[in-house]
Design a protein around this ligand. Structure first.
Ligand SMILES: [Zn+2]
Ligand SMILES: [Zn+2]
Length: 53
């Protein structure tokens, strides 16, 4: 059993706040461009959330 620890599916905000949630929902950061917008499903295993920059 040498498998690396894998993150479970999670949800991220791409509005700039870099919010991450284990559950679907909306961004709750008041100063984020995507405040109250739905979080995006993410399946990354490296914690980088794909195109987060
Ligand atoms: Zn946000
Ligand atoms: Zn991710």
């Amino acid at each position: 059993m040498n498998e690396e620890t894998k993150q479970e599916k999670h949800y991220i905000c791409k509005g700039g706040c870099k919010g991450v949630s284990p559950l679907p929902g909306v961004c709750q950061a008041p100063d984020c461009a995507n405040h109250n917008h739905e979080l995006v499903e993410c399946n990354c295993t490296d914690g980088l959330h794909n195109d987060f920059k």
